[in-house]
Design a protein around this ligand. Structure first.
Ligand SMILES: O=C(O)CCC(=O)C(=O)O
Ligand SMILES: [Fe+2]
Length: 327
């Protein structure tokens, strides 16, 4: 077997939760890095378009971390959050939305594919309501997260933007298409930092976030072009991620593989573990691949935005997310 990595590390939680298909015979297998296959919603991502994110230890000096963040557009930091707090959050969510896999699936193609009705009102209501629950709010405001962002940035104080989205990506389900975040934060300067927080372990084929290598400059160039094309629009239209110069979804491309070829850059993936976070620049281009984890583990994550307290930012983000909120 080619050099691989053990998926089922001792620190992983033993039990799969309700709604997670179980294939115990595959749990302890080595996954072969050389044959990793990923697909975006638009098709396969070629092997030569894939690479690996560089991890950073949380004990690295703030200066060195800043250098890396500025150089790479991202900083994948190991073990920022206590693992137990992350697993607890996952468990609470899974208990809050109990049920079989079918109950986890949002309306759309996948539900239809499995022969379920293309509506799921209860799921939608509960998954939206979760964002206002105290346990989720407390998780987002975790003191270790805030402290880490302050340490990295040197900001005296940080403001956590209220809008964030819990994303449970079931195996074979939807993905996050190619984008950079400033598209959605245009009513403010590009000074926010995003923390992508996997809630549980997430293997590289488990639908975790992919980052386009060295793509801050690409995002900046695209944003300049979008702004130029939007010159004749009103200010309200210009700041919209869905204005006529953009794709109607607000994304850049559905086919991640095609996008990386067009820009001659690789998608960097990782085996994330509970407790890790990835901080990224508002122009850094990212997407997620289809969750193809062998054991059927749900890819679960949230993404938080921080700005320096007292500085201007996109105030549209100071509200709790609901579907179709225009951002
Ligand atoms: O979790 C995802 O799939 C999307 C996250 C994201 O777009 C972000 O962190 O900015
Ligand atoms: Fe994003």
């Amino acid at each position: 077997m080619a050099p691989g990595i053990l998926v089922n590390k001792a620190t992983s939680p033993p039990a799969l939760k309700q709604g997670e298909a179980s294939k115990p015979d595959l749990r302890a297998m080595f996954r072969d890095r050389e044959t990793l296959e990923l697909h975006s919603s638009g098709g396969p991502i070629d092997e030569d378009s894939l690479g690996w994110l560089e991890p950073t230890s949380k004990d690295t000096s703030a200066e060195q971390m800043r250098e890396r963040y500025n150089r790479d557009g991202y900083l994948w930091v190991k073990g920022v959050l206590p693992k137990d707090d992350v697993w607890k959050m996952r468990e609470t969510y899974l208990e809050y939305l109990p049920g079989l896999t079918e109950r986890w699936m949002q309306p759309g193609k996948l539900r239809r594919k499995f022969g379920f009705q293309d509506q799921n009102t209860e799921y939608i209501q509960r998954m939206v309501a979760a964002h206002s629950e105290k346990w989720y709010r407390d998780f987002c405001a975790h003191p270790d997260l805030q402290a880490f962002v302050k340490h990295l940035t040197g900001w005296e104080d940080t403001t956590l933007l209220e809008r964030s989205i819990l994303r449970p990506n079931v195996p074979g389900g939807g993905t996050t298409q190619v984008h950079y975040n400033q598209i959605l934060l245009r009513a403010g300067p590009p000074t926010s930092i995003t923390a992508w927080v996997p809630i549980g372990d997430c293997a590289a084929n488990g639908g975790g976030l992919l980052y386009l290598e060295d793509s801050v400059r690409v995002g900046q160039q695209l944003e300049r072009e979008f702004n130029k094309a939007a010159e004749s629009l009103t200010e309200a239209e210009r700041i919209s991620a869905f204005n006529e110069t953009m794709m109607s979804t607000g994304y850049l491309e559905r086919d991640s593989g095609k996008f990386s070829k067009a820009w001659n850059r690789r998608w960097l993936c990782a085996d994330y573990e509970a407790g890790d976070i990835v901080l990224h620049n508002p122009f850094m281009i990212h997407s997620s691949a289809i969750n193809e984890e062998e054991r059927g583990v749900i890819r679960f994550a949230t993404d938080l935005r921080y700005v320096e307290a007292g500085k201007p930012f996109d105030t549209r983000w100071m509200k709790t997310w609901v579907p179709g909120d225009g951002l």
